[in-house]
Each structure stands twice: as structure tokens, then as C-alpha cells.
Design a protein. Structure first.
Length: 177
């Protein structure tokens, strides 16, 4: 057995010395994606308005107070969702740095996600039927232990999604070597 002493070190770091990822240049999501968000809100509004109206007009013994409360709650949800889309969409941005990818979104509930490239195991570009109408794509990043994807950036043009995917694959391949 070797008697060399192992010196353990775990020094404190000042918060001022930490890198600030706010300095990263963030790119906005394609403006057309906001159309999809508004369309979703309108369709949801029409569905619930139709449901409440149907209950009101076709089921006479349905308690009217419940319908009034449902209409008020529904109206508040629509108003807050509209504010979230209007004020939150400009905050929906992504960025790439040397070692990680950043995505932020939200107005009422702002969320900023930073994923190091070395944690990414799989990356894919997806386009569903609705995104296809707007010619937009989603980039989905999978990290260890997640089956549904840890980060989805929707509303990207194909060339941007492909560049992001290529960068992620290049960095992860470089780390595997």
C-alpha cells in the first residue's frame, strides 16, 4: 500500500468570481411562433366558451352559479395567458456558449435553463403538423436520465435548428474523444 498522503482541497469561491451567463448573446425565437401561441389560446378559448355556453343553454337544471364561476375563472385564465404571450414572448430566447446552451422564457413565471453540452446524450429536430404550417421546428435535447427530453426549444427556423444540432453534436463528439 502506498503511504503517499493525499491532500484534499475545497476552497471557497467568491460570488463575484463566478462567470455571468447573462453576458451570453441570446437570440430570439422566430416571431412566427407567437402566431401559434395566439392560435392555441384562441382555440382553447373557443372550446371552453362553447362548453360553458352549451351547458348553459342545453342543460336547464345545471347550477347557474357554477357556470358563472367557471366563466369568471376561465376569463381570468385567458387574460393571464394573453398577458403571458404578449409580455413573455420577447423573453423567449436561446443562446450558445462554449460549454453550454441557454434557453429562457416566461413573464409571470420566468424560467432560465442552462444545460452543459457534456450532459447532453441525444438531440433531435422535430416538426409537428402545426409547426409545419409555419415552417418552424423544435430542437429537443435529452440529458442523462430523462426520457421526455430536458429542453425543447420550439419556434426555430430549420437552418438555426440544424446549426444548433450540429454544434451540440460537435461538442459532445469532441468530449468523447
Amino acid at each position: 500500500m502506498n503511504n503517499k498522503s493525499i491532500e484534499f482541497s475545497n476552497l471557497s469561491i467568491s460570488v463575484d468570481e463566478l462567470p455571468d451567463f447573462k453576458d451570453a448573446k441570446l437570440e430570439p425565437i422566430a416571431k412566427k411562433y407567437q402566431i401559434l401561441l395566439w392560435l392555441n389560446l384562441v382555440l382553447l378559448s373557443l372550446f371552453f366558451a362553447g362548453l360553458i355556453s352549451g351547458l348553459y343553454y342545453f342543460i336547464e337544471d345545471f347550477p347557474r352559479i357554477i357556470l358563472k364561476i367557471a366563466a369568471i375563472v376561465f376569463s381570468l385564465i385567458i387574460v393571464f395567458s394573453a398577458i403571458e404571450i404578449g409580455k413573455g414572448f420577447p423573453k423567449r430566447k436561446f443562446g450558445i456558449r462554449e460549454l453550454d446552451i441557454i434557453f429562457q422564457k416566461g413573464f409571470f413565471f420566468f424560467k432560465e435553463t442552462v444545460i452543459p453540452f457534456k450532459r447532453i446524450q441525444h438531440v433531435e429536430i422535430k416538426q409537428g403538423p402545426v409547426l409545419r404550417l409555419l415552417n418552424l421546428y423544435s430542437l429537443k435535447l435529452y440529458t442523462a436520465g430523462a426520457s421526455t427530453g430536458d429542453l425543447v426549444i420550439s419556434g426555430l427556423h430549420l437552418n438555426v435548428a440544424e446549426k444548433l444540432k450540429a454544434k451540440v453534436l460537435q461538442v459532445t463528439e469532441d468530449e468523447d474523444e
